[in-house]
Design a protein around this ligand. Sequence first.
Ligand SMILES: [Zn+2]
Ligand SMILES: [Zn+2]
Length: 282
Amino acid sequence: MHASQVITGGSHSTGSPGTECGNCEAPLHDGFTLCHQCTTPLEEDLRAVAGVWEDIMVSGSRLDVGAPSVGGSGGHAGSREPANLDALDKAQTLRVILGGWKSQLPTVGPFGEPPVIAKWLLTQIPFIRKMEWAATLKEELREALNDCRYATDRSAERVSLGECWNEIGGLPCGGTMMSIVGGKIAKCRLCGATDGSRERQRWLISEAWHVQAFLPDIARWLTTSGHARIDIKKARNWVNAGKLEPDACDVDTRRELYTPAAVIAAYRETPTGRREQLANAA
Ligand SMILES: [Zn+2]
Ligand SMILES: [Zn+2]
C-alpha cells in the first residue's frame, strides 16, 4: 500500500477560494465549476442534440407506432410500447431543459427548438463552465438525450450489465443484459428477459470488489446500486481520520485510488453501517 501523500485540498491562502468540478470533484481554480475533462462530454452532447431531435420528431409523428392492433393478435406479444406519445414527452423534456438553462445565462440567447439552443449553448461554453449549475446541465442533458434515444431506439448509449440468468429449457440463456445509461431496466438481448439495472449493478460491483477507482465514483456506484448510501463528504472524513486508506495513486491525475471493498469496510465501521449490517443479518 502506498503512503497517502497529502495532495488533497491544500490551503492556498491567497486569491479566490478554490472550487471543485461539480461532476468529478477535481480541484479547479479561477471560478470554474466544470473541469476540462467533464466539459468535453457536455460539448459532445450539445452537438448530438440536432440529430437526436430529428429522430425523435420522426418517431413522435408516427402515430401508428404503438397502436395495440398492429400486426393482429397471437404470436409474440411484440411488446410494442406507445412510442409516439413517449417520444413527444421525452422531446418536451429536452426542450424544457435546454430552454431553462439557456435562460439562466447572463446573455440573451436565441429562441427556437433544441437544435438552435444547443448550437448557441456551444458558443457559451466558457461562461457555462463557470456557472454553479454546469454539472447539473451536463447530467440533465445526458439523461434527456438518452431518454430521447431510448424512445426512438436508435443509437442509444447502452451499457452491458452482465450475463442473463434466465433459464430456457433448463439451460442458461447466456445472453447479455443491456441497459441504457442511467436507465432503470436491463433487458437481455437474446431472450428479452428484464431485470432491474440497479440489482444488476449491485451484482457487478460485488464482482468488481477490488477494482481501483476514484472515491467519488465508488461512492456513486455503491449508492446507486443500493449497496450502501455513501456520502462522499463522509467518505473523505474517513480518509482524513485514517479509517480509509487509498490503494494507490493514479499517475496521470495524481489522485488517490480506492476499492469498493475498502470503502464498504470503512462504512461498516460507522454506527450507521453497523446498524445496517445487524438489520441485514436479522
Ligand atoms: Zn470534472
Ligand atoms: Zn436471456
